[in-house]
Design a protein around this ligand. Structure first.
Ligand code: NAP
Length: 355
């Protein structure tokens, strides 16, 4: 039977890279978003707002996906609101698809906030989890939209009889424009501003993150794990961590990024220096850089998410991620982390997004 993919959130950082991988593996692929204008080539657009059940029902009528990949989220001001809306999006989607009876597997992308807690209590002193983060660690005793989304998947799987897999990446490195969290592009834009203005490339994070071990998740390796889990016999109905497979220290990677951009850097010097403050007056500077170099996007907010970079790099502990569940079942993909960053920088340059 032909595999038909529905990538939900197909314009985001995880969804668009997944859609590209599916197309390269010759899957018939639909891509759903509220504004599905900039989908990867070959993806059939489905325009829908997942917060509106009737709208989703109408939008998915007549398509019969066998594999549904959920790569979407909305950011609200409290975790209680995050739980409400993000769970509703998953519930509405799966309810709308239920009548089709075509779905065989559903993947859900969540992340390490499963272990570290939601943003409002994110890896705060006093509630720090044991690292490496392991798939079998218990849920935290606090509301978390990832748990609410998982529960919607489990409920719908019981109702409709499909299999599922949950995927928990660390910080995702990959190309996307106008999405909510993108550390790689944020650093590329910040470094380009440093280059143009002569400013130093200042480490914005904590001492623990500068000195400690870390890992990240290339959007492409996440895509491969999603497809692997949804098509490999025995891999279903499991939660998987997913990272590149190597570890690094930011005090090693930061100078390498500075070298790539040919700029001077400053490491940890005794206190956190948030990137959000460092970049707060950079909108006009980016506009000017864009004009000078004929860049394609002059809106800094569409490229940089310093609030998220600050949260990730400001954590008071080192964070590394164990991948036992998929390694045991034979997922053996590896991605070198410095190549993840350098490949992204080259792509952003080639697509005229940075000078
Ligand atoms: N980015 C990271 O570094 C990272 C790291 C770890 C975990 N994660 C997790 O990965 C998951 C996916 O996040 P992401 O970073 O890939 O998100 P993203 O890049 O911000 O993309 C979100 C996608 O969802 C769509 N969307 C948002 N609201 C929608 C709605 N109401 N109806 C339909 N589509 C909607 C967006 O398109 P439209 O705006 O056009 O609707 C977009 O395609 C999240 O749970 C996130 O927490 C991300």
């Amino acid at each position: 039977m032909e595999n038909i993919a529905l990538v939900v959130g197909a314009t985001g950082i995880t969804g668009s890279n997944l859609a590209e991988e599916l197309i390269s593996q010759k899957w018939k692929t639909y891509g759903l978003a509220r504004n599905p204008e900039s989908l990867p080539k070959g993806v059939d657009p489905i325009k829908a707002d997942l917060l509106d059940l009737d709208h989703v029902r109408d939008a998915v009528e007549g398509i019969y996906p066998t594999h549904v990949f959920i790569n979407t989220w909305v950011r609200r001001s409290t975790e209680a609101e995050n739980v409400k809306d993000n769970a509703a999006m998953v519930k509405n989607l799966l309810e709308a698809l239920s009548a089709q009876k075509s779905v065989r597997h559903v993947t859900l992308v969540t992340g390490l906030k499963h272990y570290l807690g939601p943003f409002e209590a994110y890896a705060k002193q006093g509630a720090l989890p044991e690292t490496p983060l392991r798939e079998e660690q218990e849920r935290l005793d606090t509301p978390n939209f990832y748990y609410a989304q998982e529960d919607e998947v489990y409920k719908a799987a019981d109702r409709d009889g499909f299999t599922w897999s949950i995927h928990r990446p660390h910080t995702v490195v990959g190309k996307a424009v106008g999405n909510l969290m993108n550390l790689g592009t944020t650093l590329a834009v910040y470094a380009s501003i440093c280059k143009a203005t002569g400013r130093k490339f200042i480490w914005p994070g904590s001492e623990a993150q500068w000195n400690g071990l870390s890992d990240v998740t290339d959007a492409k390796i996440l895509a491969k794990q999603l497809i692997w889990a949804s098509t490999t016999p025995g891999a279903q109905n499991t939660a998987y961590n997913i990272v590149n497979g190597d570890v690094f220290r930011w005090k090693w990677l930061w100078p390498r990024i500075a070298e790539w951009f040919d700029i001077e850097y400053e490491g940890y010097t005794g206190s956190i220096r948030p990137l959000e403050e460092e970049m707060q007056n950079d909108k006009l500077i980016w506009k000017k850089i864009s004009e000078d170099h004929g860049l394609s996007i002059d809106n800094l907010d569409a490229l940089a998410s310093p609030w998220h970079t600050d949260l990730d790099l400001g954590r008071p502990i080192e964070v590394i991620t164990d991948m036992k569940n998929s390694r045991i079942k034979g997922f053996s993909e590896f991605q070198s982390t410095d190549e993840s960053f350098m490949n992204l920088f080259k792509l952003l340059k080639a697509e005229n997004i940075i000078p």
